[in-house]
Design a protein around this ligand. Structure first.
Ligand code: FRU
Length: 503
């Protein structure tokens, strides 16, 4: 029974494990920073997984710290990711960790910031040089080709900072009347944008600035805090939503911005293509566009609509997800319930069979005890016998015991009488024929006639063994009226004819 129980538990556990979703692709995401641009991209990355339900994401954010990003990449790899998506903080410092990952055979997608080697599987980003250049041209036209500009660059050593700066400088080459008063070092944060501008201002009180180009919108807004309203500001990122570049342009806090696409969902699609061995583009350049007061309002409206749809999609997904979870649980419960029912049925049938067997053996034992038949010999049966014996010891009432011995005595004394009938036996036991039948049958499982025959055959067996009497003489001696009938019964009981006993 114990075995059966454990088999059932294993079966249940197996079922539960089967209902777990299939094996997942584990994708590590190493983000250099944490800011509204990264938040949007991370959100899209998660959304991207909705279309591939075999993908699991592990996020790490380095907060603009090279050392931390290297550690995070190494530990993502050690945790056992199948693919790495990485936005390297600075080119030189992060590249070795990316190379190590690639050398271990883990595919790497470099996202928007570049590395200094070719050891990556795919790159997806936008043209930062072009953004800087277009923004330069826009600024020139804004100032009608004449004026003073302050540049605040992005983080030193990060590829978009270098490329945006180069594009911007190249554009200014075509406008000799535009004076670049300074190119200050920023680090993508609003705070540094503010601090560097403030310090510069403290040392250049007489310098007039018409326009500030911040390498991103946050940097430009930092400069705005330091220089105030009389100056115009341009940045890059052009995020939609509260506090994003598009709104800042619409509200005239920025003169212009440039959409720097996040497209996290596209990153996931690319990752899955690589993991599934499908064809993919090694270098993907995403579209981007200038945001000015002319298009900011329209862009915002479109973005709001897009966000509404995205939000709905997200809700639908969550609903579908919880429905699937419920379904899964229901599935497990159904199987467990079916298992319990089957187990119960098996237990009931087995117990019933065991009970029947015990009953049969008990009866046989009682009969054998009374009439001295051959003992049962197999080990298993012996065991069951012992169990039954124990039960008998505790269950058999003394009254029953006395009755059986009395009945045996009566039968044995009178079995030589071929006219002996059940009525005779009943009256010897002071019972009616029916009462005797019921009692004997209930206690031994055999009828009085059967027991009488067994006793006769048993006695005949002993006589055959111990005397020289002929088979007919023996038959008559134990109350049979016809030797042929005696032989037939004897053969049925012992599997041999009476004559064989002596052999
Ligand atoms: C976000 C961000 C953006 C910028 C980009 C450059 O972390 O700082 O503001 O455009 O990274 O990689």
């Amino acid at each position: 029974m114990k075995k059966l129980f454990w088999t059932f538990i294993c079966f249940a556990l197996f079922l539960v494990s089967c209902t777990e979703r299939q094996a997942k692709y584990r994708i590590g995401i190493s983000q250099c920073s944490e800011d509204i641009w990264r938040d949007k991209q991370n959100y899209e990355l998660r959304m991207g997984t909705y279309f591939h339900n075999n993908v699991e994401l592990k996020f790490a954010a380095a907060h603009d710290n090279d050392e931390r990003q290297v550690q995070q990449i190494d530990s993502l790899v050690n945790e056992g990711i199948d693919l790495l998506i990485v936005a390297p903080n600075q080119v030189q410092t992060i590249s070795p960790a990316i190379d190590r990952t690639f050398d271990k055979g883990i595919p790497v997608i470099v996202s928007e910031r570049k590395t200094n080697s070719r050891k990556y599987t795919a790159f997806i980003g936008a043209d930062n040089y072009e953004m800087g250049r277009v923004m330069g041209e826009y600024i020139i036209s804004c100032l009608h080709g004449r004026g003073t500009v302050l540049e605040i660059k992005g983080l030193e050593g990060s590829s978009p900072a270098i490329e945006r700066h180069n594009g911007f400088i190249d554009a200014l080459k075509n406008a000799p009347q535009i004076k670049l008063v300074a190119s200050l070092q920023g680090d993508w944060t609003e705070n540094t944008g503010y601090e560097t501008t403030r310090q510069w201002l403290a040392n250049h009180q007489d310098e007039h600035v018409d326009l500030v180009f911040g390498a991103n919108d946050r940097t430009a807004m930092g400069a705005r805090k330091a220089l105030g309203n009389g100056v115009r500001y341009c940045g890059i990122d052009g995020l939609q939503g509260e506090g994003g570049g598009i709104q800042l342009v619409r509200d005239s806090l920025l003169e212009a911005s440039y959409i720097y696409p996040t497209h996290g969902d596209q990153l996931i699609d690319l990752a899955v293509k690589i993991l599934e061995g499908q064809p993919y583009e090694k270098e993907t350049m995403m579209m981007s566009a200038l945001v000015t007061r002319d298009n900011a309002k329209v862009l915002l409206m479109q973005n709001e609509e897009l966000m509404r749809q995205t939000h709905r999609l997200d809700q639908i997904h969550q609903k579908a997800d919880s429905y699937l979870r419920e379904l899964n649980t229901q599935y497990v419960i159904n199987w467990l319930a079916a298992g319990v029912i089957v187990l119960l049925l098996v237990v009931i049938v087995l117990s019933y069979l065991q009970h029947l067997r015990k009953l049969a053996i008990q009866r046989e034992r009682v009969t054998n005890t009374i009439w001295n038949m051959e003992p049962i010999t197999s080990v298993e049966e012996q065991q069951t016998h012992e169990d039954v014996d124990k039960e008998e010891e505790t269950n058999a009432s003394p009254v029953e015991g006395t009755f059986i011995s009395h009945f045996r005595e009566v039968v044995e004394t009178r079995l030589g009488d071929s006219d002996l009938s059940v009525d005779d036996l009943a009256s010897a036991m002071n019972l009616s024929r029916v009462q005797l039948y019921r009692k004997v049958k209930a206690m031994t499982g055999s009828s009085p006639v059967e027991l009488l025959r067994t006793a006769r055959l048993n006695r005949a067996y002993q006589i055959l063994l111990t005397t020289d009497k002929s088979v007919s003489e023996v038959a008559y001696a134990v109350g049979f009226t016809a030797p042929s009938y005696f032989t037939k019964c004897f053969k049925e009981a012992y599997g041999m004819v009476p004559g064989d006993v002596r052999k």
